[in-house]
Design a protein around this ligand. Structure first.
Ligand code: ADP
Ligand code: ADP
Length: 228
């Protein structure tokens, strides 16, 4: 069971002069897909980075399932993150990029890792790209690879930081459908950050609206839309 529970989560910078996340409490249910929306600077990325373990909270608690992970390092959390800029290793092939995360998080043999990567790659329609390096790929292909690299690990939790912002409108629609398909198939508990309200509305089981680091509203898209 992979719920995500945030209790009074807080992040200050500059010795308290900047409060990026201001006592945020939220429970993401097992298998739920929550979109987090709000203007630039409202604390979306900082929240995700704390859940991923890339940044430590100033105060508050983060639990994944029953486990308090607040003080745990990123690599001990079963969390996969997809970034706006793809964050692929430029000198590694697609196969190596996708296998790398598996190496960190499982004790599979090299052959088993490659088999799992091939299986995921064919599910994502990128099996022909496995020998390519990232700079040989289009933006959409890179984001498919980044998604594949995350999904191949079968993580408990998926974190998305504006994954579609660098894509053109048509590709954004395609990838949105793709992410929803993966969600239907795997039902991985997800936090999905976007500044695009329409994206948040169409993709989220529930939407969280952040303002100045605070939770302003949380609810089903229809309820949030009708009571803005
Ligand atoms: P969003 O993702 O919603 O655009 P961020 O989480 O990136 O917002 O930032 C929230 C606030 O915290 C902003 O005011 C930002 O300038 C500030 N901030 C983020 N990271 C740092 C940092 N490393 N040092 C100082 N301030 C930061
Ligand atoms: P996003 O809005 O997607 O978080 P930003 O450009 O705001 O992107 O932030 C990119 C990086 O810069 C993040 O690692 C963030 O923590 C850091 N950052 C953001 N604002 C500040 C700031 N005022 N001072 C120092 N670092 C910052």
């Amino acid at each position: 069971m992979a719920t995500i529970t945030l209790e009074m989560l807080r992040k200050e910078y500059d010795r308290g002069r900047v409060v990026a996340v201001d006592d945020l409490s939220l429970e993401v249910d097992d298998g739920e897909f929550i979109t987090v929306v709000g203007p630039s600077g409202c604390g979306k990325s900082t929240t995700l980075r704390m859940v991923a373990g890339l940044e430590s909270p100033s105060d508050g608690t983060i639990r994944i399932g029953d486990e308090d992970v607040t003080e745990q390092s990123a690599r001990t959390r079963d969390v996969a993150m997809v970034f706006q800029n793809y964050a692929l290793y430029p000198h590694k092939t697609v196969m190596q990029n996708m296998a790398f995360g598996l190496r960190m998080s499982t004790d599979l043999s090299k052959d088993e890792r490659e088999a799992r990567v091939r299986e995921t790659a064919s599910m994502m329609g990128i099996e022909d790209l496995l020998d390519d390096k990232p700079d040989e790929l289009s933006g959409g292909q890179k984001q498919r690879v980044a998604l594949g690299r995350a999904i191949v690990r079968e993580p408990d939790v998926f974190l998305f930081d504006e994954p579609l912002s660098n894509l053109d409108a048509k590709l954004r629609t395609t990838m949105r459908t793709e992410i929803q398909r993966l969600q239907n198939e795997f039902g991985i508990t997800s936090l999905y950050v976007t500044h695009d309200q329409e994206e948040a509305m169409t993709m989220g089981d529930r939407i969280v609206i952040l303002k100045d680091g605070k939770l302003q509203q949380v609810g089903r898209p229809k309820d949030v839309y009708e009571n803005p």
